[in-house]
Ligand binder design. Structure first.
Ligand code: B12
Length: 210
C-alpha cells in the first residue's frame, strides 16, 4: 500500500475511533521491509496531519487526543522485543522535556532497546532544574530529548547552559526541530535526529567514539 493512501485510511479510522480498522492499516504497512520503522513513520505522519487539521479549526482537541490514545495502544502492540544483551556504557537517558507529548519518546526508547542499547527512561513533563539534577545523580553521559512544543525546544538552551562543565552529549528530536532545521544548533544541542533510524545511527556513533 502507498504511504499516502495508508495515511488517509489511518486518519479516517482514528477519527471514527475505529481501533480495529486502524490496527489493520498499521499491519498492512508493517509488512514492508522494515516493519516497525515504517509503521512509526505512518503513525507520525498521520498524527501530524490530524494536528494540522486541528490547527486549522477542522477538528476538536478531543479528536486529536483520542487519536493519540489509540496510536499509543497500537504502537505498544507493535513494539519490537528488547534485545537480551544490551550496551550500557556510556550511561544514556531519554526524556520529554517540559511537555506531555509522549509517543515519540516511547518509540525512540523501544527502538534503541531493541537495537541493543540500555537507556534509562527519565520521564516526561520534567523541568530543566529537575532534569539537571537527575542527569547528575544518575551520571548520564548521553541525553536524548524529545519535545513537541516550541517553548520546550527552546528550553534546551537553558539545559545546556546548566549542564555546562559536565560532559553530557545532548541529542534532540521532535516536531519543532523538523519544522525549523536550524533550531537544534540555535539551542546548542549536539545532535538532532528526525526518526528512529537517526536515533540509532547517532547513538551508535557516540557509543563507538567513547
Ligand atoms: C497527539 C498530539 C497531542 C496529544 C498528545 C498525546 C500523547 N500522550 O502524547 C494531546 C491531545 C494530549 C496534545 C496536547 C497538546 N498539544 Co499536541 N499534538 C499532537 C500531534 C497531533 C501529534 C504528536 C505525536 O504524538 N506524533 C507522533 C509521534 C510518534 O511523532 P513525534 O513525537 O514527532 O516523534 C517522531 C519524531 O519526531 C522523532 N523523535 C521524537 N522525539 C525524538 C527524540 C530524539 C532524540 C530523536 C533522535 C528523534 C525523535 O521520532 C519519532 C518517531 O518517528 C502534534 C502534531 C505534530 N505535528 O506533531 C500536536 C502538537 C505537537 N500539539 C500542539 C499543541 C499546541 C498542543 C496543546 C498545547 C494543545 C492545547 N491547546 O491544549 C496541548 C499541550 C500538551 C502539553 N503541555 O504537552 C502543537 C505544538 C505547537 C508548537 N510548535 O509548540 C502541535 C505541533 C500541533 C500543531 N500543529 O499546532 N497533543
Amino acid at each position: 500500500m502507498e504511504l499516502q493512501d495508508a495515511i488517509v485510511r489511518l486518519e479516517q479510522s482514528l477519527l471514527l475511533l475505529d481501533r480495529t480498522s486502524a490496527w489493520n492499516v498499521i499491519l498492512d504497512v508493517s509488512s514492508e521491509t522494515n516493519p516497525f520503522e515504517t509503521a512509526s513513520e505512518l503513525v507520525s505522519l498521520t498524527l501530524e496531519r490530524i494536528g494540522k487539521n486541528w490547527e486549522e479549526g477542522n477538528l476538536s482537541l478531543s479528536q486529536v487526543y483520542m487519536s493519540g490514545v489509540i496510536c499509543e495502544e497500537l504502537i505498544d502492540l507493535l513494539l519490537p522485543p528488547k534485545s537480551p544483551n544490551r550496551i550500557d556504557q556510556p550511561k544514556m537517558g531519554i526524556v520529554v522535556l517540559e511537555d506531555f507529548h509522549l509517543l515519540g519518546k516511547r518509540i525512540i526508547y523501544s527502538v534503541l532497546r531493541a537495537g541493543g542499547y540500555e537507556l534509562e527512561d527519565l520521564g516526561h513533563g520534567i523541568t530543566v532544574n529537575n532534569l539537571v539534577q537527575k542527569v547528575n545523580d544518575k551520571n548520564i553521559r548521553i541525553l536524548l530529548i524529545s519535545v513537541l512544543m516550541l517553548p520546550s525546544a527552546l528550553r534546551v538552551k537553558e539545559l545546556k547552559k546548566q549542564l555546562n562543565g559536565s560532559a553530557v552529549t545532548l541529542v534532540v528530536g521532535g516536531a519543532p526541530f523538523r519544522f525549523d532545521p536550524n533550531l537544534w544548533r540555535e539551542v546548542h544541542a549536539d545532535f538532532c535526529g528526525h526518526n528512529p533510524s537517526d536515533a540509532l545511527q547517532i547513538v551508535e556513533r557516540l557509543t563507538k567514539a567513547s
